[in-house]
Design a protein around this ligand. Structure first.
Ligand SMILES: Nc1ncnc2c1ncn2[C@@H]1O[C@H](COP(=O)(O)OP(=O)(O)OP(=O)(O)O)[C@@H](O)[C@H]1O
Length: 639
């Protein structure tokens, strides 16, 4: 069955499957194996191999030499045995013994550099490729990550690159040596005794067919193992990330049963590959023994009329033992090669993605460095981005936007923020407020209209310079594993400690973090799990101040926090807004009152704009929203 039809078959069967099976069905695309040798893929790999090609070439030369030496020895051994009975047998024996010893030592001594250099070339090329893919991911637009499961991208950087590395590490390229060895053995056998050779070769076609049949089964089993491994990883990921929900809803038993099912499928796939592998090994041994027996029997029959030398028999027995192993290994190496090429193919498919994050047209990039047009990110004497071209810090000009084609999120949105102005976006959840912030940073592209920052269309602003104009405090703060200080200085290799302290001082949170064990060097666990939501927000504010950009984007968290942290956060908001333009997606009354202008969103449209007082006086959407929040605020205050 072709892989595609298999995948389709599984998709079609999905309705009858368990929840775990259905949830993990999205990982099915992973199981394709390239058929044959695709020159395009090999050509695609070449740029990564080229810098290390010399090691590969040396290794291949040593490999061919080793194969020649391996075939030479049984032949010499045969000559040695044939020397028995000759008058100068003792001398010949000693000379041959010494020669074989030297050859053996030489063969062994080149085996190490051969394997080492091959693996070195592979590991280095794989390392380069891994870095290349990782860097490539950094340059993709956010929309690409919305659509692509994280697990799939992780697999590209890890498993798929490893499968290429494996091609070198497991000696797939030794197939070349195997081939040379086979040809040499055939030639020497035919020259030594063509009748005995033909007896051996009779076994080749059935062995080759049997090996191919079994290998196909093993390959299918490997493919199955790969899919099952991906499922198991995905399921584990889901379960560990959602452990709080699993435990809170007492779903342990159910989860264990689902995992059992996935594990059983994985075990069975593994089992199949083990059975076929073991059967193949046993069958090859059997064929070898049968061949040796047949050769000895025929030599016996022939000796009645025409003696077969002892040396010939020794040579044949040794060659038969060397003969079938390469035939067995050749097909395994072919499978490995295909698996590596399939991995490479998946990587190259990823690298073909055209969704570059915020690309700048070449002519616009030229403008960016024109002295008389310093736009976004132009630097003042102090090195900070200092906009000078427009009185507006940012502007959305009749912007339409959709994440998915045909699902409009923003419609004809126009907002202007003068430099230094503080603007709050308010509206129901899902109204499109966060989307506005994403468009300003050009994390997504507007479908219609223009987004300008300091007078320059974001499409013409170099990515780094545009984003240096902003500091974003998101609703869900993401902390990296490290320390408090390293998180505040996010992005800086060298942490400027004095700046970290100043940032924390300005938001009034220095004492809070210095009190912790370890102070500013206190450890931050994965995803900041050892910090409360409020503390994470404070760190994000400090991060914004550390960066000190001209525009602050604050997506206020909606989570309820204790009154002490709330007070600190309010102070932090104030401190962070001072001396810069601010766009605040506001949820708190105190913040809303503090801004210059409020923009009210409803279903992706701006329905009202104005100061707090003006909008209240209008008695429209904002006034209703405010009354609702105000009465809730009163209720809180009374508690
Ligand atoms: N990455 C995305 N892909 C597809 N749809 C999205 C994406 N992000 C947001 N949306 C959708 O776009 C709409 C606007 O989302 P947005 O986050 O801008 O709302 P919001 O007003 O900020 O809401 P909240 O107040 O809850 O933060 C929502 O319907 C949301 O489901």
């Amino acid at each position: 069955m072709s892989v595609d039809s298999k995948a389709n078959g599984e998709k079609a069967a999905a309705p009858g499957k368990t929840r775990a099976e259905k949830a993990l069905a999205r990982f099915h695309e992973e199981d394709r194996l390239a058929e044959g040798l695709d020159a395009n893929i090999l050509a695609g790999l070449w740029p990564f191999m080229r810098p290390h090609a010399k090691w590969l070439v040396i290794s291949l030369v040593l490999l061919l030499l080793g194969s020649g030496l391996a075939v030479l020895q049984p032949w010499l051994m045969g000559l040695t045995f044939d020397a028995f009975g000759h008058p100068d047998a003792a001398r010949t024996l000693m000379q041959m013994g010494a020669l074989i010893l030297v050859l053996k030592l030489f063969e062994q001594s080149i085996a190490f550099p051969q394997v080492y250099l091959m693996q070195l070339a592979g590991a280095r090329a794989a390392g380069d490729l891994r870095v290349h893919v990782f860097r490539f991911l950094h340059t993709r637009r956010l929309g690409f990550f919305d659509r692509t499961p994280v697990g799939r991208l992780v697999t590209r950087v890890t498993n798929d690159v490893d499968s290429i590395n494996e091609m070198f590490a497991s000696g797939t390229l030794n197939a070349l040596g195997d081939l040379v060895r086979l040809v040499l053995i055939v030639v020497v056998m035919l020259r030594r005794d063509w009748q005995l050779a033909l007896i051996t070769f009779v076994a080749v076609p059935p062995v080759a067919l049997g090996v191919m049949w079994t290998r196909r089964r093993i390959r299918d089993a490997f493919r199955e193992i790969r899919v099952k491994t991906a499922r198991m990883n995905a399921y584990l990921n889901e379960q560990v990330s959602g452990m709080a929900v699993v435990q809170a809803y007492a779903r342990e038993e159910q989860s264990a049963a689902e995992f059992d099912e996935i594990n059983e499928a994985y075990r069975q796939a593994n089992n199949r590959s083990i059975v076929f592998d073991a059967a193949l090994d046993a069958a090859i041994e059997l064929v070898q023994s049968l061949c040796i027996a047949a050769v000895l029997w025929y030599a016996g029959v022939r000796s009645l009329s025409d003696r077969v030398s002892f040396g010939t028999l020794v040579t044949f027995v040794a060659y038969i033992e060397m003969f079938f192993v390469p035939i067995r290994d050749l097909s395994a190496r072919m499978t490995q090669l295909q698996s590596a090429l399939a991995g490479a193919e998946r990587i190259f498919q990823l690298l073909e993605n055209k969704e570059e994050d915020a690309p700048v047209p070449a002519d616009a990039e030229g403008q960016a460095v024109k002295k008389d047009d310093p736009g976004v990110g132009a630097k003042d004497a102090g090195g900070d981005p200092q906009p000078r071209t427009s009185n507006n810090a940012f502007e959305l000009d009749h912007v339409d936007f959709e994440y998915k084609p045909g699902v409009p999120i923003l419609r004809d949105v126009s907002i202007q923020a003068a430099k230094g102005e503080k603007i709050a976006l308010v509206g129901a959840t899902g109204a499109g407020k966060t989307t506005v912030a994403s468009l300003l940073l050009r994390l997504y592209e507007a479908k219609q209209g223009a987004v300008r920052v300091f007078g320059r269309d974001v499409r013409n602003a170099p990515r780094d310079e545009l984003r240096k104009s902003f500091a974003v405090v998101p609703q869900e703060v993401f902390l990296f594993p490290g320390t408090i200080a390293s998180n505040i200085a996010a992005g800086d290799v060298e942490v400027d400690r004095a700046r970290v302290v100043r940032a924390l001082e300005r938001i009034g949170a220095l004492d809070l973090f210095e009190r912790r064990e370890g102070g500013l060097d206190a450890k931050v666990e994965e995803r900041g799990s050892n910090f409360s939501a409020g503390e994470r927000q404070l760190i994000a504010f400090a991060r914004a101040l550390y960066r000190d950009p001209p525009i602050l984007v604050l997506d206020e968290a909606t989570a309820n926090i204790d009154s002490d942290t709330e007070a600190r956060l309010q102070k932090a908001v104030w401190a962070a807004m001072q001396g810069r333009t601010a766009l605040i997606i506001a949820h708190r009354l105190s913040t809303i009152r503090a801004v210059d202008r409020i923009v009210v969103f409803h279903k992706g449209r701006v329905v009202e704009q104005g100061s707090h007082e003006t909008l209240l006086a209008q008695g429209g959407a904002y006034a209703r929203l405010y009354q609702l929040q105000f009465s809730r605020g009163e209720a809180h205050a009374a508690e």
